[in-house]
Write a protein that binds this ligand. Sequence first.
Ligand SMILES: [Zn+2]
Length: 244
Amino acid sequence: MSNYSTRGIIINIRNFGEADRLVVLLSKEKGRIESVAKGARKHTSRKSSQIELLNKGKFHFAKGKNLDIMLEADISDSIFNQSDSQSYNYLFYFSEILNSTFQVDDHLEKSVWENLEFLHNSFLPFRNVILLAAQLFVLENLGVVPDLLKCRECDADLKEIRFRPVDGIGYVCKDHAGGQRSLSDRILKIQKFLVNSELKDIIKLNITDQDFWQILEIQNSWLEHFLEKRIKSFQLLYSESLNN
Ligand SMILES: [Zn+2]
């Protein structure tokens, strides 16, 4: 059995057997890693406190036959421990969309890892814009960010007016609207800014809660359409918009 170490971020944790946890990471050197942290469910285990969603650090593994074994974790940054309860649903959603997007054997380009680290580092102070940027980050990695200015059915220019189709990805022109409501210039402008800007500029964006929830819902529906499954944590998160 050979050992290796890599920097990574925990994106999924599940109970495994009596005392173990299955821990999924996105790592700088090896992309997605699925591993077993033995004994991590015991409260006396040092690992139990280190294994929290979105913990970032250096992780040490032994290569296993099916799953690798997590030997040790040096956590440098724990979003979870710094979060208030209001941030938890944001955090669950962020990790779930990452977990749904990156597969074993996906190689992470250097720039992808750097953007991921930026999203992670900026998550707590800028959680609204970071979550929208994170959706676009995963859509981009899946190769399905739509052309916001073209009707997806006929390529017509959507600068003047555009509509949101009942389902699927992107927007449509009046001829293909099918009775749907038009989408405001403001929402399109924000999305264009998010798609075309660097992350360091995105965090300067100020958006209203109403715009945030609307864009979050649109982009989530794109992601669910492409993945052909529900993002489970979305409903929990979105229900907060109804309470506020
Ligand atoms: Zn059209």
